[in-house]
Design a protein. Structure first.
Length: 330
């Protein structure tokens, strides 16, 4: 295993540096997609249902296939798995851009493409969860994940603002193209890493093996009381959280008459809390027990949620959402 032997930081590893650069670029593209595709769905239909369905198509398949991604990552070459997942996502986003440019992009195409992207994301993150310990060793995994979360939060801060301006000035085409190119850049970055494991890949598992792995994963989850409680609480919070985000764009558009730039600014500023939370999480990983940290985060999450439903000013809501994101990253 390619373990970093010295006490230097995680970026002393050449493999992790390449990995981090590629993922940072990919996250920038993701940030543009999360804004541009739902905005595109809203502008095509002016329907909250259509916009919410776009979010569901991006989130639900990931939840279903997450354990499958982990099973694949334990058996196949993770580098090829992750490059393949990014290649498919590149093709989907390139198709979106071309279809929009030639005026034949439809909502069913958007929904189908988002489902494919979500499944690929599950496969990719399954490889990520295993490859980081392979690159750095288990004792540095928390620091590496905190760095990746921080990069994601920074992209969530920057890209919605830039994406909202791009969308208002030039339409969704630039955001779709940039998103496709970032997946291509991620593939190039991953290709420069020698290996992401496992040491002895066994090849593509059968459907029966995948099914057994999924059942084992659920059985392991529900037999452990702590993991079961955390999973159920996370499921409840994420269900309501994603439900709120699914209607966020129609809500801002209809309830406040927000422009595309204001929608992007709202989403970008709400990421400030997530950046703070990721930074704190990285520093507290070795100081607080996991259970105490999770309980504290959930309590802060609940406290931050209460004012959001009572406010009728878009900018006050923005600050409360930032507090909410900060609590969820702790």
């Amino acid at each position: 295993m390619a373990v970093l032997e010295t006490a230097e930081g995680i970026f002393a590893s050449h493999g992790f540096r390449q990995y981090f650069v590629g993922q940072s670029l990919s996250l920038l593209g993701d940030g543009l997609r999360v804004l541009a595709v739902p905005l595109l769905a809203f502008h095509l239909t002016h329907s909250a249902l259509s916009t919410g369905t776009a979010f569901i198509c991006e989130v639900a398949p990931f939840s279903i296939f997450a354990l499958v991604g982990g099973s694949l990552a334990d058996r196949v070459d993770r580098k090829r798995l992750m490059i393949g997942a990014d290649a498919v996502r590149f093709l989907v986003m390139a198709f979106f851009a071309a279809a929009y440019w030639f005026h034949f992009l439809t909502l069913p195409m958007i929904y189908a493409g988002l489902i494919v992207i979500s499944i690929c994301a599950a496969a990719f993150l399954g490889g990520q969860a295993s490859s980081i310990p392979y690159l750095l060793g288990r004792d540095r995994t928390t620091e590496a994940m905190a760095a990746l979360i921080a990069a994601e939060s920074v992209s969530n801060l920057v890209t919605p603002v830039a994406g909202g301006a791009l969308f208002a000035l030039f339409g969704p085409f630039p955001a779709l193209v940039i998103n496709a190119l970032t997946y291509l850049a991620s593939q190039l970055s991953l290709s420069r890493i020698d290996s992401l494991g496992p040491d002895n890949p066994h090849g593509m598992p059968t459907l029966r093996t995948l099914g057994n792995d999924v059942r084992l994963g659920f059985r392991t989850l529900f037999e452990d009381r702590g993991m079961r409680a955390q999973a159920m609480m996370a499921f409840a919070l994420n269900t309501f959280g994603f439900g709120a985000y699914a209607i966020l764009i129609p809500f801002l558009k209809r309830g406040f008459g927000a422009s595309d730039q204001q929608v992007g600014l709202f989403l970008g500023m709400s990421a400030v809390g997530a950046i703070v939370g990721a930074t704190v999480a990285g520093r507290m990983a070795k100081r607080w027990p996991f259970g105490r940290a999770v309980t504290t985060a959930y309590l802060l999450d609940a406290a931050a949620c209460l004012p959001v439903v009572l406010l009728n000013n878009i900018w006050l809501r923005r600050h409360c959402v930032g507090d909410l994101q900060r609590a969820r990253q702790l």
